[in-house]
Ligand binder design. Structure first.
Ligand code: SF4
Length: 319
């Protein structure tokens, strides 16, 4: 397999005494869509912001196209922005209300000092590809529907010619039919432009539809990662199973085996000892409260952080 376009190793993000992300490692390959999934507050948006350069990593390393981002940024402050772009969750809020669509599209080209007749024509062509004709150039964000605003935000992000797009809940708040259009558009653009996506979502139906691999986060850590089809069919981590079982539309049969989690999501300011999931896990044993399970590769290729994984082809890992 070729080297990943993005590689995060042992990444931590801290805000004062709060550790939002701890020890997260992610590889994203060229042309791939990797899902990052978990409940709100699990740290996935902090990962998105760190990868997009909005928050620095507190520790750990990030490589993009095999270059150490922290080192490159010392001499090239646009190194990350030229390669990684964040598609914000709320497109209308992310678009300046005082700028027309035309000005919004031109802005990234001007910032990069590459605004000319050719790049402008390419930006308009991109907008037209998305079904938005030139009449949209004079409109303001508040005059756009949710779906149109997302397309404008996407076109604007693409004018920077990134290799990687971090898409934070790109279909949140859209009608199901518009969601489908947006997902098809993202996939078509990925294939045509050779993009890679880190796809952040709590919507498992969407993640199941668009991602090849998925990483499940709980309380700042990745608890299971592997091929989406495998994890969705046969989750190995009790938390992955609980998350999937709460989503009845993925498989209505799961209604009968729904796992109800005990208690609330603990505070990341004061995470539980041992396995962070142990207070809510229906399978917890004594060891779980004292020993933190490491993310280990299983026989079927997935990685799971659990002393007693449900499947994945490994022997019991406790000891
Ligand atoms: Fe549950 Fe223990 Fe596995 Fe944690 S390590 S998920 S508490 S079985």
């Amino acid at each position: 397999m070729t080297a990943p376009v993005l590689s995060l190793k042992d990444a931590c993000v801290r805000y004062g005494d709060l550790t939002a992300v701890e020890g997260v490692s992610i590889d994203l390959h060229g042309g791939e869509t990797l899902g990052l999934v978990g409940e709100s507050g699990c740290g996935k948006s902090s990962v998105a912001r760190a990868i997009s350069g909005l928050n620095p990593l507190s520790s750990g390393t990030m490589m993009v196209q095999q270059e150490d981002v922290a080192v490159k940024l010392r001499t090239d402050r646009r190194f990350l922005a030229d390669r990684v772009q964040l598609l914000f969750q709320d497109p209308v809020a992310s678009l300046s209300p005082r700028l027309t669509v035309g000005a919004l599209l031109a802005e990234p080209l001007k910032i990069r000092k590459i605004f000319n007749a050719d790049t402008w024509a390419a930006a308009i062509a991109l907008l037209q590809d998305m079904g938005l004709g030139e009449q949209f150039l004079s409109r303001y964000p508040h005059q756009l529907s949710g779906g149109q605003a997302r397309r404008v935000a996407l076109a604007r992000v693409l004018t920077a010619k990134p290799r990687i797009i971090v898409a934070d809940e790109p279909t949140a708040g859209l009608d199901v039919s518009i969601q489908g259009d947006m997902l098809n558009l993202l996939r078509a653009l990925r294939d045509r432009l050779g993009l890679s996506y880190l796809f952040i979502s709590h919507n498992l139906n969407v993640v199941g539809r668009v991602t090849e691999r998925v990483a499940i986060m709980y309380l700042g850590q990745i608890v299971e990662t592997g091929k989406t089809g495998l994890l969705f069919r046969d989750p190995a981590h009790p938390y992955t199973k609980a998350l999937l079982s709460s989503n009845l539309t993925i498989d209505p049969q799961r209604r009968r085996e729904r796992v109800i989690l005990k208690g609330e999501l603990p505070s990341p300011r004061n995470p539980p000892s041992g396995c962070r999931f142990h207070q809510r896990c229906p399978l917890a044993r004594d060891i779980c409260a004292v020993r933190q399970p490491r993310l280990e590769t299983q026989a079927d290729g997935r990685m799971v952080a659990c002393h007693f994984p449900l499947s994945g082809g490994s022997e019991a890992m406790a000891g």
